[in-house]
Design a binder for this molecule. Structure first.
Ligand code: SF4
Length: 486
C-alpha cells in the first residue's frame, strides 16, 4: 500500500489512520510518479480564503473520494491534520467495511481525553458528544473510557508531588512466548549472565537509594516486572528485595507489586520470599486456561499449573492477586476464551487484566499471514464479553491503554474490585508520577513541575547492561540536573 502526501507532511497521523484498517508497511510518496495500484492519496491546497482537503483511496480497483473546504481564518495546521485523517478514515471505512472501535483516536491513552473533559466540568453527555464528533469513537468505547476515568480520577487525586515509584526489571523468562516483543531472554541463553546481572542491579538500587535520599523523594509504589521476576532463584529474589529495603525507605509504600507471571516459574519458596519481603500484590498470569493454546504460544506449563500457583499464593496469604488474560491468541476461540474467563472469575482474584494480542515485528508470530489470520478471529467479541461480564460481577475497569499492531484496534483493560486497583498501573498510564527504573530496559521518567517529561532509558540487553554499567550510571546525573541538589 502506498500513501501519497501532497501539500502537507502529516505523515505520522495519516499513517496511523491507515493502519487502523490496513496492517503492514507503507511506501510514502510525495508526487504522483508511481502512484499506481492500492493507494491512499491525500492533498492539502491552500487558497486565499479557503483551504481544500482531499482524500482518494483505492483498493483492488475500487475508489472512494472525500473532500472538505475550510475557511482558512478558522483553521490551523492541527485542524488540517485532523481533517485529512478524518477524510482518509471515512474513505477506508467505506472501502474496507471495517469500523474501528476507537474511531480516529489513535493514541495509547484514550482515557486521558475523557478525563480532561470531565475535569473541565463537562457532563457525561457532553463528553460523549465531543469525542464522538471529533473522533467517531463508538459509544461502547466511550462508555468504557468514561467508567475507567471515573474509577481512576479519585485515585489520581491521592498523588503526593514528592512521592515516586520504583521499577525493578528482571528481564528473564524460562522460554520466549511466540507473541513476545519484549527484550526478555530465555533462561537457557542468559543463565550465565544472571549472577553479574543481580550484582549490578543491586548496585544500581544502591545508587537509586542515594538519589532518593538526596532528592527527598518518598516511595509510593514499587513494581518488580520483567520478563518474569520469578524466573530467577528464590535466593536471588531475596537478595534483590533485601537490597531494596536496605537502601530505600519503603516503609510508607502504598503498593508493592511483584509480577510473578508464569506458572512455570512460581514456587512456594519464591512466593514466601516475596511475601516476607513485604510485597502485597502479585500477578499470576494464565493468559489462557486452554492447554492447546498454551502450547501454541510456547508456554511449557498447563492451565492446572496456573491454578496450583494461584492456590499456593492464597495459602501463603496473598490477598491482592492479579491475573492477566489475552484475547486473540492463536488457536483460541470465543467459547474457549469465555471458558477461561469464567474459570478465572471462579478463582476470584482481586483484579483481572484483559489484554488484546499485539504482534510486533520482533515477535516470532509476526508475519502478514499471521496478522490476517488473527485479524479474522473473534477477538472483539472476546474483549466485549469481558467488558460486559466483569463489571457485572464486581471487577470494574480502572485503567486502560492501547498499543500499535493490536488485533482489531482493541485495547488492554485492567479490571479490579473496588479498593484493589493498582496505583502503579494508573500512575504510569497517566504519567502523573516520577518513576525511577533499575535494570535492563527499565526507563526512568522524570516529570517537572511544568509537566515536561524526560526519560532515561537503561540498556535493553543484559550483556550491554553488564558491560556498560558505569557509563549507564553516568546518565543518572541528569536527575540532579533536573531537580537540583536538595
Ligand atoms: S512471559 Fe512475557 S516477557 Fe516472558 S517471554 Fe512471555 S510474553 Fe515475553
Amino acid at each position: 500500500m502506498k500513501i501519497l502526501f501532497k501539500g502537507h507532511d502529516f505523515k505520522y497521523e495519516t499513517e496511523a489512520t491507515v493502519k487502523l484498517f490496513i496492517p503492514g508497511r507503507f511506501e510514502f510518496l510525495y508526487d504522483e510518479t508511481n502512484a499506481d495500484g492500492d493507494i491512499v492519496s491525500t492533498q492539502l491546497k491552500k487558497g486565499k480564503h479557503f483551504t481544500y482537503l482531499f482524500a482518494v483511496c483505492r483498493i483492488d480497483g475500487k475508489t472512494v473520494r472525500k473532500s472538505l473546504k475550510i475557511a482558512s481564518q478558522y483553521a490551523d495546521e492541527k485542524t488540517y491534520e485532523h481533517e485529512i485523517c478524518r477524510l482518509v478514515f471515512l474513505c477506508l471505512k467505506k472501502l474496507t467495511g471495517i469500523t474501528p472501535p476507537w474511531g480516529l483516536l489513535t493514541g495509547i491513552r484514550p482515557v486521558r481525553k475523557m478525563t480532561e473533559l470531565i475535569d473541565k466540568g463537562y457532563s457525561k453527555n457532553d463528553c460523549f458528544d465531543t469525542l464522538r464528533n471529533q473522533y467517531m469513537t463508538s459509544d461502547r468505547r466511550l462508555e468504557l473510557a468514561y467508567q475507567t476515568a471515573e474509577n481512576q480520577i479519585p485515585l489520581l487525586k491521592t498523588v503526593d508531588p514528592q512521592s515516586i515509584s520504583i521499577y525493578i526489571s528482571i528481564p528473564f523468562c524460562p522460554t520466549r512466548c511466540s507473541y513476545c516483543s519484549f527484550v526478555s531472554h530465555s533462561l537457557d541463553s542468559a543463565r550465565k549472565l544472571i549472577p553479574d546481572y543481580i550484582r549490578l542491579l543491586c548496585k544500581e538500587i544502591e545508587i537509586l537509594g542515594k538519589i532518593v535520599r538526596d532528592m527527598n523523594f518518598r516511595i509510593d509504589t514499587v513494581y518488580f516486572g520483567g520478563g518474569t521476576p520469578t524466573s530467577i532463584e528464590a535466593s536471588q529474589l531475596d537478595i534483590l528485595m533485601k537490597t531494596l529495603a536496605e537502601n530505600i525507605d519503603i516503609s510508607k509504600v502504598r503498593e508493592y507489586n511483584v509480577e510473578a507471571g508464569r506458572a512455570d516459574t512460581i514456587t512456594y519458596d519464591k512466593l514466601r520470599v516475596i511475601k516476607q519481603n513485604g510485597a502485597g500484590r502479585i500477578s499470576v498470569n494464565p493468559q489462557t486456561l486452554n492447554d492447546d493454546v498454551l502450547k501454541n504460544i510456547g508456554r511449557m506449563h498447563t492451565a492446572q499449573d496456573t491454578i496450583n500457583a494461584y492456590k499456593t499464593a492464597r495459602e501463603i496469604g496473598f490477598d491482592n492477586i492479579n491475573m492477566d488474560l489475552i484475547a486473540g491468541l492463536p488457536g483460541d476461540t470465543y467459547d474457549s476464551f469465555v471458558n477461561t474467563l469464567d474459570r478465572v472469575m471462579e478463582l476470584d482474584p482481586e483484579s483481572i487484566t484483559v489484554h488484546t494480542l499485539t504482534i510486533k515485528r520482533s515477535a516470532t508470530l509476526y508475519g502478514e499471514n499471521n496478522i490476517k489470520l488473527f485479524a479474522e478471529s473473534m477477538t472483539a467479541d472476546m474483549v466485549n464479553r469481558s467488558m460486559d461480564i466483569l463489571p457485572q460481577k464486581g471487577w470494574l475497569p480502572y485503567y486502560l491503554y492501547r498499543q500499535k499492531n493490536t488485533l482489531e484496534n482493541l485495547e488492554n483493560i485492567g479490571f479490579a474490585k473496588k479498593g484493589k486497583e493498582s496505583l502503579y498501573n494508573i500512575f504510569i498510564m497517566d504519567e502523573t508520577q516520577i518513576i525511577l527504573g533499575a535494570g535492563c530496559a527499565a526507563s526512568t521518567k522524570l516529570i517537572e513541575k511544568n509537566g515536561k517529561i524526560t526519560r532515561i532509558h537503561n540498556y535493553k540487553f543484559p550483556y550491554e547492561y553488564i558491560n556498560r554499567f558505569d557509563e549507564l550510571m553516568k546518565k543518572k546525573e541528569l536527575i540532579y540536573q533536573i531537580y537540583g541538589e536538595k
